[in-house]
Design a protein. Structure first.
Length: 464
């Protein structure tokens, strides 16, 4: 083997301590040379290095095109004066809020069942007119989607650029149906995801105050992200916990004072708390009427009630349709729900490592499990809320790609991810039927268990 420079009697590092390789012509055809893992790994890495810069640009271009296409329909409808779905609800509510009209009427079934702070936030862009109002909301949604993609990649790998394209493509293609719904309906699920992921980044970069404020902002838009505050307390992020509580108080009590008198602010918060937060009985959840138990609610509360009680599984069509596998009483079902929530919480605690064993990799998995836990145990998690799976799927994809590059088999996680995606995909051919049996909830549950077992294996390996 020729030597380019240095002492000709010294072999290069790759050949040190080995016998010289025989000439190609002298090799035995019956025993071809074995290609070692290092060569295969280098070939893999070289291939990635060659396509990554182009892939980054193409993925960015594809995201921009997708955002423009998805935003085009609601904006065009608003320009023509046909503001649809929740866009119209947001617009009307913001107008009522500005003109001191009630936003929580004293009837069953609030049209607007978000916190009063969300109405206060909407009161600013509504001043721009209907078309600009919708344009602003779609622009915010697009920014949130882009931020969610970038923050997912950074949290999962520690860097954003020059990554395998699958790290972005798999989670986003898997969640494309729900991403589309956020644009079509005007739902803030992606905005909430971006805020919560931003909090995770702030914690990793030791900015706990900002982390708490971001979680509080998400909870001020839609209530269920407030469950993440419990995680902050569990991990003893006391500054972040205090910041979340203070910021949430500011959103709920201080911001509304810019638009409504103090007594109205208090009445709004009281009506919302009693009518939404504390509303749960055998007939409805959070002022949603029968929709709280329909196929759209993919929380553990909705799924358990549908499968264990004879309640309507379709509030939009055949109200007599039920899918219950048992006929238990409402109180018994609640005991099952509480026991299931306790089991999920204990599994989460069993999987998460103690502080001395935590790494950035374990924190990424832990945060993915937290997001899944939040959407699963919230009383009302409509199907599009599971766009939050974008981050857990990104973490799982990063783990699988890392294992492939280092030739460490991780077949267990691969099967968990494949099963989760397969169950989730049932939404496409049979949206109502699959949803009635909780396919989206069980998809999140499968991924939750798979990531948890992977995290537990990593922790045990570190201890060993």
């Amino acid at each position: 083997m020729p030597i380019e420079s240095g002492d000709p009697t010294v072999l290069p590092p790759t050949q040190a301590g080995r016998a010289p390789a025989p000439p190609v012509g002298d090799q035995d055809p019956a025993h071809p040379p074995r290609v070692g893992p290092s060569f295969t790994r280098q070939t893999w890495l070289d291939t990635l290095q060659a396509w990554q810069p182009r892939a980054d640009r193409r993925i960015l271009a594809a995201l921009v095109v997708a955002m423009l296409l998805l935003a085009a329909t609601p904006v065009a409808n608003a320009v023509r004066g046909r503001c649809q779905y929740d866009y119209n609800l947001w617009y009307v509510t913001a107008q009522d809020y500005l003109h001191h009209r009630p936003i929580y009427p004293h009837i069953v079934g609030f049209p607007f069942n978000y916190p009063p702070s969300a109405a206060a936030m909407l009161a600013v862009p509504v001043l721009l007119g209907k078309a600009m109002f919708v344009l602003v909301l779609t622009a915010v949604n697009s920014a949130a989607w882009f931020a969610s993609v970038v923050l997912t990649v950074w949290l999962a790998t520690g860097r954003v650029t020059r990554q395998h394209p699958l790290l972005v493509l798999l989670p986003n293609l898997a969640m494309a149906y729900w991403i589309r719904d956020t644009y079509k309906l005007g739902q803030p699920a992606l905005v909430l995801l971006a805020l919560v992921l931003g909090a995770a980044v702030c914690l990793r970069r030791r900015r706990p105050t900002l982390a708490g404020a971001l979680i509080a902002t998400a909870a001020a838009i839609k209530a269920y992200p407030v469950l993440a505050v419990g995680y902050l307390a569990y991990r003893r992020h006391w500054r972040a916990t205090a910041a979340a509580l203070v910021a949430l108080a500011g959103w709920l009590f201080v911001l509304p004072l810019a638009f409504r008198p103090p007594d109205t602010v208090f009445d709004d918060l009281t009506a919302w708390t009693q009518g939404v937060v504390l509303k749960y009985d055998a007939r409805s959840i959070s002022q949603r009427g029968t929709q709280g138990y329909s196929f759209r609610n993919q929380s553990i509360v909705g799924v358990a009630n549908r499968l264990l009680r004879p309640v309507s599984a379709d509030s939009e069509g055949d109200s007599a349709w039920t899918v219950n596998l048992a006929s238990l009483g409402f109180g018994t079902v609640n005991l099952v729900i509480l026991a299931s929530m306790l089991g999920l919480g204990l599994f989460f605690l069993w999987c998460t490592p103690r502080d001395p064993l935590r790494t950035s990799g374990s924190d990424a998995i832990e945060w993915a499990m937290l997001l899944l836990l939040v959407v699963m145990v919230a009383p009302l998690s409509l199907d599009y809320s599971y766009v939050w799976l974008l981050y857990p799927l990104g973490v799982a994809t990063a783990l699988l790609l890392e294992a492939a590059q280092e030739f460490r088999p991780r077949r267990g996680l691969l099967w968990w991810v494949a099963a989760s995606l397969l169950v989730h995909a049932l939404t496409l051919p049979m949206h109502h039927a699959a949803g009635a049996y909780g396919n989206i909830f069980f998809s999140g549950l499968i991924l939750f268990v798979g990531l948890g077992l992977t995290l537990r294996q990593m922790t045990v390996g570190q201890q060993a």
